[in-house]
Design a protein around this ligand. Sequence first.
Ligand code: HEM
Ligand code: HEM
Length: 230
Amino acid sequence: MAEPEDDGKVWDFKVWDISIRLFHWSLAILIFLLWQTGENGSIETHRQLGLAVLGLLVYRIYWGFFGPKTARFSDFPIRPGQILRYIPKLFKQPYEARIGHNPLASLSIIAILGTLCFQVGTGLFATDTDGLYSGYFGHLVSFDMGRQLAELHEMSFNVISALVILHLCAIAYYALALATDLVTAMVTGTRDVDAETAATTPQATTTLPRIGGGLLLGGLAVWAVLHFGA
Ligand code: HEM
Ligand code: HEM
């Protein structure tokens, strides 16, 4: 266990492993590019970027079961009692950030990941207005069905945009109202935590074979779409 420093805190305690951070920042960049390419009609590039999101999602879902504790879905405190007990903490200082996602962040992450799965699913079968461009499996559905899925694809992007705006507002709220910086830890992976918490919580370390398992599954999903799709 890491020893506490003079201020009673354990410095640089690992809260987010490297793959969560790479997942997060690549996802943020990809969504921006997908928005741009979707809107300006660069559909070939858009389809390829969408496939990268598919790979990332498969990786993150795998990581939710086989990653370190803070990445696991079983560590998301989303039982009703946990949510209700958490809400008053949002209005009290000093706020002590949990090691791992807090209840509201967990709910928002489930919503973002779920909507993104829907986004990729509809994109794979969507067709544009003149039927020239479609997702990799667009040929498997009728033109009308492809158009309906494109409508859903557009609508669910609005949901994603709203969730991302909420996400950014929440992060700003923690920074401004609760004097809590969550962003640095998502960049560096570490945070200073009190000695007692550090003694009872494992750091978010991982191993290359575990990462390899996720890369293999994510890669397999992308390969399957390229191999079986058009
Ligand atoms: C493999 C994954 C994906 C495929 C194959 C795909 C495919 C497509 C296709 C064919 C269109 C054109 C539809 C039309 O012209 O009406 C489209 C539009 C669009 N896509 Fe995707 N997409 C994928 C993933 C995503 C993701 C992950 C996002 C964002 C998170 C996204 C955002 C958009 C947006 C904003 C549009 C423009 C909608 C509009 O205003 O008409 N797509 N996509
Ligand atoms: C399209 C843009 C974005 C999307 C889709 C997104 C999505 C996500 C997701 C899915 C997570 C959970 C990470 C995981 O466990 O896998 C997360 C966490 C986080 N994101 Fe974002 N994010 C976006 C942009 C940003 C930006 C621009 C910032 C910084 C200003 C940011 C800061 C954070 C932080 C600090 C966390 C950790 C929250 C916590 O401590 O529980 N995100 N984000």
